[in-house]
Ligand binder design. Sequence first.
Ligand code: FPP
Length: 260
Amino acid sequence: MIQILRRLFSSSDRLKTAAVLERLPRHIGVIMDGNGRWAKRRGLPRIAGHRAGAKVVRAIVQRANDIGIEYLTLYAFSAENWRRPKTEVSGLMKLFEEVLRADLEQLHANDVKITVIGDLDNVAAGTKRQFQEAIEQTADNSGLRLIIALNYGGRADILRAVNALAARAAAEGRFDTLDEDTFSDSLWTNGVPDPELIIRTSGEMRMSNFLVWEGAYAEFWATQTLWPDFSPDELQAALTDYQNRDRRFGGLTGEGPDAR
Ligand code: FPP
């Protein structure tokens, strides 16, 4: 027994444990998938799956805030999701509005700062207003930054940025060669560090136009669990897996920024 304990707490293990605690991602992106299948398996309408998914959003936001994650980006509605049946789209918009209205005080009390990436202009008026209120009310908060990707597409964002930069260059009559930082600053995620970890539920292995530029070096973690069954414990499992990965960024083992 003593030997086992000694082995567990040998100095190299202690160092390893400390390193693992220190290697939390600053920014996690989540592709919440599987709400529809969850509902179908229960003979329920798809919106019931989204409602169940919204409960999980609450639990995950809370856990991420508790552990000290700085940025959490949730893929709530993609620019492609407009292709879904009208009733599902309007149901989702209403749900976003409802959840935000119901949870805003609590999120604010927990110091969560809410922002949106995506084109808010085309979403339902009530939903847009509720998001604007949430963004304004929580603007000075300094806890978890909760980024909702709404009517979001990674490619659309890249094109938007390129067009804005080109228009500026044309207006100024000159073009400075771009570097990665300047380009990143032109995206909806400007000022937000790239996600180190992207989680996708429901067994799908696609990026689906999520954080296309920002996620270039993200570690991908997938689970078969459908989003409404995802839990804070599973988030923790993803984090543990991430912490044990060797991030090389094209270099050799131990050479990445995480190697310090
Ligand atoms: C994908 O599952 C999920 C969505 C398109 C919507 C995500 C929305 C929520 C979790 C609701 C609450 C969110 C917030 C931010 C309050 P799917 O419908 O594509 O599932 P399927 O692949 O099984 O059909």
